[in-house]
Design a protein around this ligand. Structure first.
Ligand code: TMP
Length: 230
């Protein structure tokens, strides 16, 4: 009897999120990492939040123009969640299911920090929204780019040119200091998922640090799996 080859389960892609304050260099680093992964023949896409899908980009415009602010932080959170729900269903999950690596500029930690820690939205509401929008979809790795507030603000100002600051860039220096502290706490409390990367250097140096964090993380995950199998 000829043996029928077993259908191979498709390998799920890796889900890597980037977080950090304004001007921490997320977009540059995501681009650089995507190029490196694609060069290593790992199919990779880049995306962002809020946004990343047609529906979510409409909500992005509403949120970053500051129109959402008048409804208060709870409603703003619901708008971020609505955008995430569409993005996850339309872009992230289908890509991961096809084995594609997904690099996402901001994800649930942004809501935890901006709306939760700074906007004082009840953590129960934040958790409930996560259950509805992402379910079990946890990032395989979250890179948190850490940069002193003054440097981040200067970079953001240069990038903006003559344009006005958006809804969150326009907040006070104190807001951005608290933001940085909140991100550092997330990294400290969840070292399995998060890597805090010093982003106060030129893009190439930071890219090497990001690459090292990725390799260290993937090796430690692979080693844990091997130990569990033994
Ligand atoms: P950015 O694309 O320039 O990072 O701008 C997105 C802004 O939206 C940034 O200031 C952080 C904010 N934001 C939240 O407040 N909550 C969220 O859940 C997300 C994804 C972003």
């Amino acid at each position: 009897m000829t043996e029928v080859p077993k259908a191979r389960k498709p390998v799920r892609g890796r889900f890597i999120t980037f977080e950090g304050g304004e001007g921490s260099g997320k977009s540059t680093q995501i681009q650089m990492l995507a190029e490196r992964l694609n060069a290593a023949k790992l199919r990779t896409i880049t995306t962002r939040e809020p946004g990343g899908s047609a529906g979510a980009e409409i909500v992005r415009h509403l949120l970053l123009s500051g129109m959402g602010k008048m409804f208060g932080p709870e409603t703003e959170s619901l708008l971020f969640a609505a955008a995430r729900d569409d993005h996850v269903a339309q872009v992230i999950v289908p890509a991961l299911d096809q084995g594609t690596w997904v690099l996402c500029d901001r994800f649930t930690d942004s809501t935890r920090v901006y709306q939760g820690e700074l906007g004082k939205v009840d953590p129960k509401l934040i958790r409930a929204m996560e259950r509805v929008t992402i379910g079990d979809l946890k990032p395989d790795l979250t890179i948190i780019l850490d940069v002193p507030v003054a440097i981040g603000m200067e970079r953001a100002m240069k990038r903006r040119g003559a344009a006005l600051p958006d809804r969150f860039e326009g907040e006070s220096g104190d807001f951005h200091e608290k933001l940085r502290e909140a991100y550092r706490r997330i990294a400290e409390n969840d070292p399995q998922r998060c890597a805090l990367v010093d982003a106060n250097a030129d893009p190439k140096t930071v890219a090497e640090r990001v690459w090292k964090a990725l390799r260290d993380h993937l090796f430690s995950v692979a080693a844990t799996r091997e130990t569990a199998k033994a």
